[in-house]
Design a protein around this ligand. Structure first.
Ligand SMILES: C[S@@+](CC[C@H](N)C(=O)[O-])C[C@H]1O[C@@H](n2cnc3c(N)ncnc32)[C@H](O)[C@@H]1O
Length: 267
């Protein structure tokens, strides 16, 4: 998957999966507008467990437009953010000027200087070649340093959200394959790689994203494999999404289940 080669000027980044390279590149604005932040309890727990605070050094890997990065800055830690897609990186630099932003992939990290106390990965570990990425992460963490992962998943217990997922996943099942299922047990996946990390702990919580029809359309259109589709297909999907939420009014909430995992690098 990862070639380590630098991206061609203007083209999709060959170092990351095609759906991520073209999807996130085309959809950076929709991504920033439509994607959720992360719940305070999950972020606080990860910061506590991973020792992210004043004097600590943290790497936010696959930082995107900085949705988690900007929540790490107020902890007082020194924040470095790595993101391979140029359009996302641009939004990250303007949105989170306090972070030191670098180009790079999980499979081939750039020179990040002295070891980190913690590495975080939000909504992105599923894009990585896990064994390669874990070896790279172990290489930039100090012994005993922490790794934290977090995902928001739409909470399909609400019927309209289940229908939204069905609309989005029609495409996912059909033309585009995305390396991610909501049922994935990442603790087991990480432990099975034999990477030098201790037991993986898990925390489940919920999050409600303030939403309106336009933002929901941006959220759907920012999905990696939808962002890179022809405008006509995207317009059809946008219409279906508007119809789905027509009865919810101008302001409603999109519920998520949030799952966080953390572990420590072996001493
Ligand atoms: C769903 S976004 C998450 C972004 C951000 N962490 C957040 O919480 O909003 C996934 C990000 O992973 C990045 N990505 C995909 N493959 C990657 C890889 N192999 N190494 C590093 N980042 C990668 C994408 O460019 C994208 O910015």
């Amino acid at each position: 998957m990862s070639t380590g080669a630098p991206p061609d000027a203007g083209g999709p980044d060959p170092r990351v999966m095609p759906a991520a390279a073209s999807g996130f590149g085309a959809g950076a604005d929709d991504y920033e507008r439509g994607r959720p932040s992360y719940p305070a309890d999950a972020v606080e727990l990860l910061c506590r467990e991973l020792g992210i605070g004043p004097g600590a050094r943290v790497l936010d890997l696959a930082a995107g437009t900085g949705k988690l990065t900007r929540l790490l800055v107020p902890t007082g830690a020194e924040v470095v953010a790595v993101e391979p897609v140029a359009e996302m990186r641009e939004r990250l630099r303007t949105g989170v000027p306090e972070a030191h932003v670098l180009d790079g992939t999980a499979e081939r990290l750039p020179d990040v200087g002295r070891p980190f106390d913690a590495v975080t990965v939000a909504q992105a570990f599923h894009w990585f070649d896990a064994p390669v990425a874990l070896a790279q992460i172990a290489g930039v963490l100090r012994p005993g340093g922490g790794l934290g992962l977090v995902w928001n998943e739409r909470d399909a217990r609400e019927p309209w959200v289940a229908e939204l997922s069905r609309l989005i996943r029609w495409d996912e099942r059909g033309r585009w394959r995305v390396p991610y299922t909501v049922e994935e047990d990442w603790a087991a996946r990480i432990e099975a790689t034999g990477a030098p990390f201790g037991p993986v702990a898990r925390y489940d919580t919920t999050y409600r994203q303030p939403m309106d029809p336009d933002t929901l359309v941006a959220r759907v259109l920012s999905t990696s494999y939808i962002a890179s589709q022809p405008e006509a297909d995207r317009a059809v999907l946008a219409g279906q999404v508007r119809e789905l939420v027509a009865d919810l009014g101008d302001s409603f909430e999109l519920p998520y289940v949030t799952v966080a995992y953390w572990c420590r690098r072996d001493p």
